[in-house]
Design a protein around this ligand. Structure first.
Ligand code: G3P
Ligand code: MG
Length: 249
């Protein structure tokens, strides 16, 4: 059975998506953070990928400085050097394959395409996972602030769902873009979440998911706005407030 991205809206409550894993508890975008999110009951994980030396690395920034004990841009380091840095609590920067292996059959996965050149290799990897029977297309979701990257994934593999991302902004254009690429949702920042935009998205059949939502009053506002999903660093909190853990199959 395919996952219904709008199911949560029908229940009137948003689904919970673990943002960079359980990143409020463990170093973000590490296997430890994803395992912790699963332990805490999350059934939907979000992560960020960059392409470096033809490999997809799970890391938010294009430099090592903020999240590891290394320094400088990812691209100036060899893969061996990138894998040797400490991403927190002794964790390595994961390859996307490692998260796919960890979460298969246990969670949905939102792969956010961060760096240039990520679309084609990500699609290729996900296609292989689907062909091997480890993942279903409906359990996977590609998102990006780079809407052209998502258009590329649509051309390469229309079975993989997509959702354009938007930070702070007015918001009208994202609806046209999402509709044209037959996205299942828009992913927007909390500061862009307005009832008019949500209503307009729903009228076009688009789910609306919001990041970041970490505090109870933020969550309550999202429920009032009829938001369909929230990205949170503390999945167990959101689940305790009533957010839903979507079923996989
Ligand atoms: O995908 C939602 C959210 O992760 C987008 O912003 O900066 O946390 O990747 P960021
Ligand atoms: Mg992200």
């Amino acid at each position: 059975m395919e996952v219904d991205p709008r199911g949560a809206q029908d229940a009137g409550l948003p689904v919970c998506i673990a943002h960079r894993g359980a990143s409020g508890h463990e170093p973000e975008n590490t296997l430890r953070a994803f395992a912790r999110a699963l332990d805490l009951g999350a059934t939907w994980l979000e992560l960020d990928v960059h392409l470096v030396h033809d490999r997809l690395l799970v890391i938010h920034d294009d430099t090592l400085d903020r999240t590891t004990d290394g320094r400088g841009p990812l691209a100036v380091h060899s893969l061996a050097e990138l894998r040797a840095v400490d991403a927190g609590s002794g964790e390595r920067i994961p390859f996307l394959e490692e998260v796919l292996e960890l979460a298969a059959g246990r969670a949905r996965l939102n792969v956010e395409l961060k760096g240039p050149g990520t679309a084609a290799p990500t699609v290729k990897l996900l296609q292989a996972e689907v062909a091997a029977g480890r993942w279903q297309p409906g359990q996977l979701l590609l998102s990006s602030f780079d809407w052209d990257a998502l258009k590329e994934t649509r051309q390469l593999e229309p079975a993989l769902p997509v959702a354009p991302l938007m930070g702070k902004g007015a918001g009208g254009e994202i609806l046209e873009v999402a509709e044209r690429m037959e996205a299942e949702a828009i992913h927007i920042s909390r500061w862009s979440a307005r009832s008019r935009l949500v209503a307009a998205a729903h009228a076009r059949g688009l789910a609306v998911r919001v990041f970041p939502v970490n505090r109870p009053w933020e969550y309550d506002l999202m429920v009032r706005l009829e938001i369909d999903g929230i990205f949170t660093d503390f999945p167990e909190q959101a689940l305790s407030w009533g957010a839903l853990a979507p079923e996989l199959v």
